[in-house]
Design a protein around this ligand. Structure first.
Ligand code: ATP
Ligand code: MG
Length: 564
C-alpha cells in the first residue's frame, strides 16, 4: 500500500519540527519511536501513535524506531512482541534495522544509576511502601524527607550493589532520585527509579532482580537511541520535568550528548463504543466475552484486520482526526466512514442472499441455464465483468417478496414486475406456503426479450430491481454479521462497569447463498455484497475453496439502488 500523502496537514508537532529545522537544532534530523510495552495487543489508539511517529519520520526523511518498552517483566511476553510486530507491519510501516528492546539497555541504565548515586542525585530508601506514600505529601501539602535521604554516597552505592546482587528481599529498598520533596509537582518528589523484583524476563531471563521504573527507563531509552522527538500521550505531561531533569544530569555525566531528546505530548484517541485500555481488553479476552484477541468485534489491530478493515482506511482515519493537545471523543462512525470510503473504491462487487427464499421461474426450462454478466465495479469498468449463471430456481431475499405489499413497495408481489438485476424482467404470479403460513417459494414468469445488455431489453420499464443467486450454482457459506460490542458510547460511563454495557447481539452467524465465484475467494479478499455492505473472507476460519465471510461494515445507506 502507499502512504504517500499529498501535503500532510499541519499540526503543532510539525510546527515544532519546522521551527527546529529552521534554527538548525537537529541539523534536519528527525528520529522518532513507537514504544509499546509488550503486555497486550495493540488497539485502535495505538494506530494513531503509529501513524504519527512513522508518518513524521517518512515526511521528514527521518527514521522511526520500533522499540519494545519491556522493563516490567511480570506482564510481558514474546506472544505480545510477535503480535505487535505483525500489526505495525500490517499497517504498512517498516522500521528497517531500528528494532530495539529497552531490556537490552539494562546495563546502561544500571550504570546511569550508579553515576547518579555518585553525583549525589540518587539514594537508597528503606521506608516501607506505606511510609513512602505518607511521606510523599499531597497536591496541596509538600512531602517530607525520608530519614534515609541523607545516606552517604558510599553507603548508597554499597546498598545499591547489594540490591543488584540479590541480597535483599523484594521491595525491601528502592533507589530514588534526589530532587525535591517539596516540589509542587509530585513527580519530582524523589521518584523511585529502581525496585527489587525477582521476576523472569522474556528477554533477559533471570539476570536481573532489580528493574528500572518506567519513568526512569524511558528517557534513557530515548537518549541511547538519539531520538529527537519523544512523542507520548498527555498523561505524561507532568512527567516531562523529570524526563528533562534526568537527561540533563546524565548529560552532565557525559552519558549522552546535547541536544537531548524532547518529550512532546498529544491527545490520545478516545473512540466511542469501544474500550481502548489494555486492562479492559485483557479482561474481555480472559473472561471469554469474545473469542480471543483477534475477535473481529474487538478494537485490537488483529481484530480489525480479521474484521476486514484496511490499513489504508486507518491512514485515512488518522489523517482525518489529526493531532492536537486537547482531549476529546471521536465517534466510531468516523472510523467506519473512513474504512467504507476505501472499500467503496477498492472492493469488488458480488451478490449474496443473506436471508434466502426460493424464486421459481415457471416458464423457464428446468434443464437450462445461461450466463448473465455483472460488472466487478461500477466505477471501474477496467475491472471487467464476471459471469453470473441464471437458471429456473433462484435464491432471493425473503424481504423482496410481500404477499400484500404496503404502498410504495416496488419489489415482488403478485402481479408486479421487477428486473432480476443483470437478468430478465419477471412478473410475480404467487407463492407457496407451509402449514404455518411461512412462505416457502415465490413464483414468477420471465419475459424472454428483456435480458439486460441485449438490444431493446429496457423497453419494459419496471421500478424494482432485485438481486438473486442461481440455486443450482450458489455457494452456501457461513457469514457473520457484526454489530457494536457495546451498546453505549462510553462503555461503563454511568455504572462504572463496562461489562454491563456489552451488546448481547454483537454477532449473528447465518448461512447465506452466495454467487458461485465467491467460493474461490482467498482469505482477506474483500467484497461489497450488493445492498448488504462490505465483507471479507475470514483469515482464520476460511479453508481453500470454503471461505467464510465477516461483515466489515454496512453500506452507508443500507439500501442502494433497489429502484431506478
Ligand atoms: P498501558 O500504559 O496501560 O500499558 P498503553 O496503551 O499506554 O497502555 P503502551 O504500550 O505504553 O500502551 O503504548 C505505546 C504507545 O502508544 C505509547 O506511546 C502511547 O502513548 C500510545 N498510545 C496508547 N494508547 C493510545 C491512544 N488511545 N491514543 C494514542 N496513542 C496511544
Ligand atoms: Mg503506556
Amino acid at each position: 500500500m502507499s502512504h504517500e500523502a499529498p501535503t500532510p496537514a499541519a499540526n503543532f508537532i510539525r510546527n515544532i519540527i519546522d521551527e527546529q529545522n529552521a534554527s538548525g537544532k537537529w541539523n534536519g534530523r528527525v528520529e522518532t519511536r513507537f514504544p509499546p510495552e509488550p503486555n497486550g495487543y495493540l488497539h485502535l489508539g495505538h494506530a494513531k501513535s503509529i501513524f504519527l511517529n512513522f508518518g513524521l519520520a517518512r515526511d521528514y526523511n527521518g527514521v522511526c524506531h520500533l522499540r519494545f518498552d519491556d522493563t516490567n517483566p511480570e506482564k510481558e511476553s514474546q506472544e505480545y512482541v510477535d503480535a505487535i510486530t505483525e500489526s505495525v507491519k500490517w499497517l504498512g510501516f517498516d522500521w528497517g534495522k531500528h528494532l530495539y528492546f529497552a531490556s537490552n539497555y539494562f546495563d546502561t541504565m544500571y550504570a546511569c544509576a550508579e553515576y547518579l548515586i555518585q553525583a549525589g542525585h540518587a539514594y537508597v530508601d528503606s521506608l516501607s511502601a506505606d511510609e513512602m506514600r505518607s511521606y510523599r505529601g499531597t497536591l496541596t501539602e509538600p512531602g517530607k524527607d525520608s530519614p534515609y535521604r541523607s545516606r552517604s554516597v558510599d553507603e548508597n552505592l554499597a546498598m545499591f550493589r547489594s540490591m543488584r546482587a540479590g541480597e535483599f528481599a523484594d521491595g525491601a529498598h528502592v533507589l530514588r532520585a534526589k530532587i525535591n520533596m517539596a516540589s509542587p509537582n509530585i513527580n519530582l518528589r524523589d521518584p523511585a527509579i529502581y525496585r527489587i523484583k525477582r521476576a523472569h524476563h522474556h528477554n533477559t531471563g533471570d539476570t536481573w532482580c532489580i528493574y528500572p521504573m518506567y519513568t526512569y527507563a524511558h528517557p534513557i531509552e530515548d537518549a541511547i537511541e538519539h531520538i529527537t522527538h519523544s512523542i507520548c500521550t498527555l498523561e505524561f505531561e507532568d512527567q516531562r520535568p523529570f524526563y528533562d531533569w534526568l537527561l540533563d544530569k546524565l548529560a552532565d555525566g557525559n552519558f549522552f550528548p546535547r541536544p537531548l531528546p524532547q518529550q512532546i505530548e498529544f491527545a490520545r484517541l478516545n473512540l466511542t463504543y469501544v474500550v481502548l485500555s489494555k486492562r479492559k481488553l485483557i479482561q474481555l479476552v480472559d473472561e471469554k466475552h469474545v473469542s480471543g484477541w483477534d475477535d473481529p468485534r474487538l478494537p485490537t489491530l488483529v481484530g480489525a484486520r480479521r474484521r476486514g478493515y484496511t490499513a489504508e482506511g486507518f491512514k485515512r482515519f488518522t489523517d482525518r482526526i489529526g493531532v492536537s493537545k486537547s482531549d476529546g471523543w471521536i465517534d466510531y462512525s468516523v472510523f467506519e466512514e473512513c474504512q467504507r470510503d476505501v472499500l467503496n473504491d477498492t472492493a469488488l462487487r458480488r451478490i449474496a442472499v443473506l436471508d434466502p427464499v426460493k424464486l421459481i421461474i415457471d416458464n423457464y426450462p428446468a434443464d437450462q441455464s445461461e450466463d448473465c454478466f455483472a460488472p466487478n465495479h461500477p466505477q471501474h469498468p477496467d475491472l471487467g465483468k464476471r459471469v453470473v449463471p441464471l437458471s429456473k430456481e433462484l435464491w432471493i431475499e425473503r424481504e423482496d417478496f410481500m404477499e400484500t405489499p404496503p404502498k410504495g413497495y416496488f419489489r415482488l408481489f403478485p402481479g408486479n414486475s421487477v428486473r432480476l438485476r443483470y437478468g430478465y424482467v419477471i412478473t410475480c404470479t404467487g407463492c407457496d406456503k407451509d402449514a404455518n403460513g411461512t412462505i416457502t417459494a415465490v413464483h414468477c414468469d420471465y419475459l424472454p426479450d428483456t435480458k439486460s445488455g441485449t438490444p431493446g431489453s429496457d423497453s419494459i420499464k419496471v421500478k424494482g430491481n432485485i438481486h438473486w443467486v442461481s440455486a443450482a450454482h450458489a455457494y452456501e457459506a457461513e457469514v457473520r454479521l457484526y454489530d457494536r460490542l457495546f451498546t453505549t458510547a462510553q462503555p461503563g460511563g454511568e455504572s462504572g462497569d463496562f461489562l454491563k454495557d456489552l451488546n448481547p447481539d454483537s454477532v449473528r452467524t447465518i448461512r447465506a447463498q452466495l454467487e458461485p465465484v465467491l467460493k474461490d475467494a482467498n482469505a482477506e479478499d474483500r467484497f461489497q455484497f450488493e445492498r448488504h455492505g462490505y465483507f471479507v473472507a475470514d483469515r482464520v476460519d476460511s479453508k481453500l475453496g470454503e471461505p467464510v465471510f465477516n461483515r466489515t461494515v454496512t453500506l452507508k445507506d443500507s439500501w442502494v439502488k433497489t429502484t431506478k
